[in-house]
Ligand binder design. Structure first.
Ligand code: C2E
Ligand code: MG
Ligand code: MG
Ligand code: MG
Length: 285
């Protein structure tokens, strides 16, 4: 019956149209508006060298400052953006914001904290991505080794050959590649040795609940050992407690990020944190 009403009225009469679809339609328009009106902002979570307590840099994490819904977390819209071909625009926006912020920090402090940016797998494994990154590095005159690109295992598996090639081109240009959420989803040791990565990020599900009383967390130990054998750095993400930190330190994990140290901070607070932690400070552990 609904269809008989004609295409233009289909949605009005379709009893099966669910709320999720309606939300999706609005979300698509809202993301476009958010891009042009610059409603997306980046917050920066410090990454800490656990031996010295020094902050080495940040992971940039997107937040949506929606005019009527206040803050929206990335999990609420990144999946949608990936499905609906909006992620490329978001990624370019994020890269530009991050590199611009890096120039501001350099002007303000004379320091160049490292910043890593999350890039959607689909976008990473495209020819256009390389030229986008290199053009932005040039535009903002950023030392390439201070930029890191975080990709997930999923990304690498879907388009292995292109991803592998893009990793190598970026590395030739001194941009670092971090494998995010390591150990979740499509973990395969088979492709890991075919890739030239710089950093493995241990997913926080492995970090969660590491107890000081049980210092040998076999999974963390194994990932750290694997990384060392492959000459890769390791960052543990989602470190929330001292117990977790101690387990990671015991395992030989040198870099950590998580609420135990700091949440992702707006730019001014982030650089203040960096300044307070960039010379060797007394660590209480
Ligand atoms: P991710 O890249 O694995 O980022 C880490 C997430 O863990 C962040 O959530 C961060 O706020 C959160 N986190 C950090 N420390 C802790 C901790 O100690 N405990 C707990 N429970 N959580 C912690 P967030 O910001 O909500 O981001 C979620 C995911 O969204 C990210 O996971 C990343 O996959 C994606 N994402 C974030 N920003 C961007 C972006 O700019 N572009 C793209 N394409 N994806 C992004
Ligand atoms: Mg990440
Ligand atoms: Mg992660
Ligand atoms: Mg994640």
């Amino acid at each position: 019956q609904a269809k008989a009403a004609g295409r233009g009225h289909y949605q009005l009469y379709d009893p099966l149209l669910d709320r999720a679809n309606v939300r999706d339609l609005v979300l698509g328009e809202d993301i476009q508006i958010a891009l042009t009106e610059e409603q997306f902002v980046l917050h920066y979570q410090p990454v800490i060298d656990v031996k010295s307590g020094i902050a080495v840099g940040f992971e940039a994490l997107i937040r949506w400052q929606h005019p009527t819904k206040s803050w929206i977390a990335p999990n609420e819209f990144i999946d949608y953006a990936e499905k609906h071909r909006l992620i490329e625009k978001i990624d370019r926006y994020v890269l530009r914001q991050a590199l611009q912020q890096m120039t501001i920090w350099r002007q303000q402090t004379g320091l160049s904290p490292k910043v890593s940016v999350n890039i959607s797998g689909r976008h990473f494994a495209s020819a256009e991505f390389i030229s986008t990154v290199l053009a932005l590095l040039d535009e903002f005159q950023i030392a390439p080794h201070t930029l890191g690109i975080e990709i997930t295992e999923r990304a690498v598996i879907d388009k292995f050959a292109i991803a592998q090639n893009n990793i190598q081109i970026l590395q030739k240009n001194h941009v670092r590649i971090l494998l995010d959420d390591f150990g979740t989803g499509y973990s395969s040791l088979n492709y890991l040795h075919q890739l030239t990565l710089d950093v493995i990020k241990i997913d926080r599900t492995f970090v969660k609940g590491s107890r000081g009383s049980k210092p040998n967390n076999p999974i963390i130990n194994s990932i750290v050992a694997l990384a060392a054998a492959m000459n890769l750095s390791v960052v543990a993400e989602g470190v929330e407690t001292l117990d977790e930190l101690l387990v990671l330190r015991e395992a030989g994990c040198e870099l950590c990020q998580g609420f135990y140290f700091s949440k992702a901070l707006p730019p001014e607070a982030a650089i203040a944190y960096f300044l307070a932690h960039h010379t060797q400070v007394q660590v209480s552990i």
